[in-house]
Design a binder for this molecule. Sequence first.
Ligand code: ZN
Length: 461
Amino acid sequence: MSIHKETPMKIHAKTALVGQNWVQNIRLTCAGGRIIKIETDVMTEATDNKVDTLLPSLGNLHSHTFQRAMAGMTEFRAKGRESFWTWRDLMYRFLGHLSPEQYEAIAALVFMEMQEAGYASVGEFHYVHHQPDGTVYDSLSELSDRVFAAAVETGIGLTHLPVLYTYGGVNQEALAGGQLRFSNDVDRFLTLVDGCKGNLDGLPDDAQVGIAPHSLRATSPADLTHVLNATPDGPVHIHISEQLKEVADVEAKLGQRPVAWLLENFDVTDRWCLIHATHMTREETIAMAKSGVVAGLCPITEANLGDGPFNGPTYLKHGGAFGVGSDSNIRISLTEELRLLEYSQRLRDMARNVLVDGEGSVGHTLYTGAASGGAQALGRDAGTIAVGKLADLVAVDRSNPTLCALRDDQLLDGICFAASDDVITDTWSAGRHMVQSGRHVSRDAIVAKYRRAINELLETI
Ligand SMILES: [Zn+2]
């Protein structure tokens, strides 16, 4: 009889951010995906993974992986058309042909890119469920299983969020065209969620399944009540108040703006993540901050789609939690996502150093805030370096010219405002060492598979 015993993984860093403090010459010992021991002022040993500076890694709390394949294809202005049109048209043409194999190849590329950018985990807001004409695959969870396969291949920490998408608008219009692939009523949706939970067996222990009612447009108050009653635990994500038309439609139908209506009619607690929450009154912003939810901010996509900036100062002043997501995946860059979050505020307010309540480092506030908020939104016991937490970690090379002159207390400002993602040398997802020397360990195979898939897809659309 052989007894399998995992050899603990050890990481030695010259510097690390432990809690809110910078410490030197540290060794983390990790087993079972978690940090089990932290030693400080220690010399390196032969069995250590040696890195320069170690940080808690962020969770990317909002992603639609398949949209990555459209990046760069919708940036032209069509005369006489609304600006959203070219993007939506191409998305529906993609959806008319995208196969399960192609879906998996795109997801693997995206997850790999996220890890290379320093994200250890992802919330996949997954709304493509069926065949192009709306017919269910032999397995209801076929495309969720493809996301699972991509998570296994890349080693990323997955919080899978199957989406309930039932209607084409607040007046419960029927779905049509490309939307047929999204369609589920509440019963079939709950069957899908159960199926996904059952299929978690093939994934690492840190993977989990939550739910994502798509938006107040695509579901109804009764359906929302039903799915929440049936799903008392785990993350709940919803798109909200992204665009002005959506706010007007919800107000006309439900009598209140989206965030105000949601907070008043549901028990919106710390397991919720409100994606975008762009257009809010001051009262909505304060109420949301105090509710304990996470604001899921996606500054690069929100800029790309012309949504508008988040009301950051009021939200932070009232203790609101936030995290970041790459949403459409037009660009996957952790440093740029955090940078644009602050710069969008500066451009609106014509002021500097906006996203700090009181005084302090903007980079520190952004990075540590997004680390803890991202972990909360994804239901991951992570977001800080501490004994017992998941080993979601990222290592940074401070000899890089963009960082080499900075003190410890300036490092996160350097990462947020001066550096590119190439300062990232290593990423661990729950202890899985997937990025080494700046490259994902399976990069070549994942990229080759993606190239084959995208070329095949482009030949059919
Ligand atoms: Zn989204």
